[in-house]
Write a protein that binds this ligand. Sequence first.
Ligand code: PMV
Length: 357
Amino acid sequence: MTTENFLSDAVSEHSSSGTVCWESPSNIALVKYWGKRGDQLPANPSLSFSLNASRTRTQIRFEPAKSGGFEFRFDGALKPDFHPKLEQFFVRIKPYIPFLDTSFLFIDSSNTFPHSTGIASSASAMSALALGLTDIERSMYPERFTDDFFFQKASFLARLGSGSAARSVYGGYTSWGKLNNRAKYSDLFASPIAPVHQNFQHIQDSILIVSKAVKKVSSTAGHALMQGHPFAQARFKQAQENHIRLQEILQKGNWDAFTDLVETEALSLHAMMMTGTPSYFLMSPESILILDKIREFRKTNQISCCFTLDAGPNVHFLYPDSAKSSVLTWIDKQLKPALSNLEIIHDSIGSGSVKIS
Ligand code: PMV
């Protein structure tokens, strides 16, 4: 597939109007996307799973614009930096959604999780929006859309809003970005990963929020740091190798191998930021305390579990369903007393986006 496959000649009929509503999850990357080129193309392949409880619901009402040109209004829990992101998103997607040119969109969006908690709200927000827009195009041009193509196009558009959003249109484990030796993966859109061993089918994610402060470094600045980074080529190679290994691990169900790889990926992401110019230190003392405690808990109790991190101080604590009661008891008895301001969102792998009727 090439970019041309996603161009469209669907135009809005004079009377086209209606409402669509989609809900889409956030996701957590296990192999991290860090570094981009061109039009939101990843420097390396990434692999994530979609969350269950952390979701964005977006309703789009569309009608012919009175002005004759594109207009939109956005309602919802809006971070100040989201509006320019939306404007940029619409500029990027216009060639692929030509009915926008003459449409007015009223977008109403809400999250099931609070902003600035370390949960990637741009992934769920951009994917919910992309799914809604693709659905409008499908209603104008149904013969063009198979089920597969519908999600590929939504993922393609979501990517133009936020790279990691490309992975959020699907449930379960999802991959995005070309793999050196596997033709089925693309830089343009994400695809689901299957089969996955039952050991990983019900993975849990307790998100340990140590800070709700605005990110020290935006994703855009972080990705830019990889241009000319002294370790960039080694990092991209590591991500390729880890992606292939992780797919095997997910198929075989090996938690020990999983914990090693996932923790290395998280620390590599932070190492890139610490060794870039400028250099960023995004973990806090509390994050490091938690990482240490998770490793200690794993060793002492011989329980499969590990941490991963996004580009910030909050920690995603990953463990199998079978360890849930031991982990929750440990969090209550050991972790919470050591960290008075800790907030926690207990989430797990989810089955992906849904259309709300
Ligand atoms: O989608 P962006 O541009 O916000 O980048 C996300 C980058 C990470 O969350 C750190 C890693 C990832 O693959 O999701």
